[in-house]
Write a new protein. Structure first.
Ligand SMILES: *[C@@H]1O[C@H](CO)[C@@H](O)[C@H](O)[C@H]1NC(C)=O
Ligand SMILES: [Ca+2]
Ligand SMILES: [Ca+2]
Length: 378
């Protein structure tokens, strides 16, 4: 990293000291005011895009490790990935997202440097979208069936939010992400042991799978006879049929004082009150669905999309755009359980962030889309 740890720690302390006014979050969110707050307040880095593997983040184009995954897993999958039995009834359910036209992005970006603007007219063909983030249980089915080894397992480490770590694990770590010191590279952290060797998936099988890279997500979706959604599809689906709203359910963060997403309440990164019921991930089925029947589009786990990252967008009207032809980072959408307005006001449909395709972290997962409903779901 360019910045010395001392500098970033100072920045961190300064930002941390200014968090006092976040108590007003509730008061401001109950107004029906869609006007975004100033960029200087919410454009602060959450470290969301700092979690790139060394040697890849500064390189030119990064390597896609599983280019043949689509062919391989589709061909070898003679059986449906999972029988739609009662036990696995939730597995891979999808909803039809009707074709339509929407305004992608916004002319009133809360975080302009993320490329949230400009607003542009986008036509979307009908497609299917996973109702839920892909869960640990589903990912386990995939790994059992294919022997897939995730990139975090190959690299033998992954980024974990410090607040989740045991003292024992924390004490062994000396290095941190300069721009976001609450991210710790943890040895042997991966989807099966999200906080390192002394953790497991017990009681979390219905939570979103984490520590999956973009390449892992592509491999999973191919195996399930699906694909990753494009950013445009994801954003269109996030809006749930509503126009020009901040969140999948409207403009109020807490309609009738109810939580509609798993984000962070309290002071980031020091104290998460868990007012929404969860200080970490929630089951993928938690919280009310949006107008299309999709759960946890914002909050809980960030979700990979198919697109390469760019912050420059044409205002031209487009049909089923697929993003830049090449790039270094992939787009992720929706924010996570770690997002607080002060640091990461990215639990909005137009919000976006990015990581290299081999990156993984304890707040990053995915869901799949499809042009046609896979046969095993019909
Ligand atoms: C995956 O395989 C392990 C070991 O055989 C088994 O215990 C587990 O139940 C399997 N998981 C699924 C989701 O089928
Ligand atoms: Ca929460
Ligand atoms: Ca999500």
């Amino acid at each position: 990293m360019m910045h010395g740890l001392a500098v970033s720690l100072l920045t961190f302390i300064l930002i941390y000291a200014s968090l006092g006014n976040e108590i007003e979050e509730k008061a401001t969110s109950v107004t029906e005011d869609p006007k975004p707050h100033s960029a200087s307040e919410e454009g602060r880095s959450c470290g969301c895009n700092s979690l790139n593997r060394a040697g890849v983040s500064s390189g030119s184009e990064s390597k896609v490790l599983f280019p043949e995954a689509a062919v391989k897993y589709t061909r070898e999958a003679n059986e449906p990935p999972v029988k739609n039995t009662k036990e696995t009834a939730r597995f891979n359910q999808m909803v039809l997202i009707p074709r339509g036209v929407f305004m992608m992005g916004t002319d009133e970006p809360a975080i302009p440097q993320d490329g949230e603007g400009p607003a542009r007219r986008v036509h979307i063909q009908q497609f299917y979208m996973d109702m839920y983030e892909v869960s640990n249980l589903e990912f386990e089915h995939f790994v059992n069936a294919t022997g897939h080894v995730t990139e975090a397992e190959k690299f033998r480490d992954s980024f974990v939010f410090e607040g989740l770590l045991s003292e024992k694990v924390k004490n062994k770590i000396t290095q941190a992400v300069a721009a976001a010191p609450w991210w710790m590279p943890v040895k042997e952290a991966n989807w099966r042991q999200p906080e390192g060797p002394d953790s497991s998936l017990a009681d979390r099988l219905e939570h979103p799978v984490l520590h999956v890279s973009w390449n892992d997500a592509v491999a999973y979706c191919a195996w399930a006879k699906k694909r990753l959604p494009t950013e445009a599809e994801w954003e269109y689906a996030c809006r749930g049929g509503l126009e020009n709203r901040l969140f999948p359910w409207g403009n109020k963060l807490l309609p009738k004082n109810q939580h509609y997403a798993n984000i962070w309440q309290g002071d980031f990164p020091g104290h998460n009150t868990g007012e929404d019921g969860y200080t970490e991930t929630s089951p993928v089925t938690a919280f009310p669905p949006n107008g299309y029947g999709l759960y946890n589009m914002v909050g809980n786990a960030w979700e990979w999309t198919a697109d390469w990252w760019s912050v420059h967008h044409s205002t031209d009207e487009t049909h089923n755009p697929t993003g830049p032809a090449t790039g270094k980072d992939k787009v992720k959408k929706g924010g996570s359980y770690m997002c607080h307005k002060s640091y990461c006001y990215r639990y909005r449909c137009v919000a976006r962030s990015q990581n290299t395709p081999d990156s993984s972290a304890s707040n990053l997962g995915f869901r799949c889309a499809a042009d046609q409903l896979p046969d095993y779901l019909q």
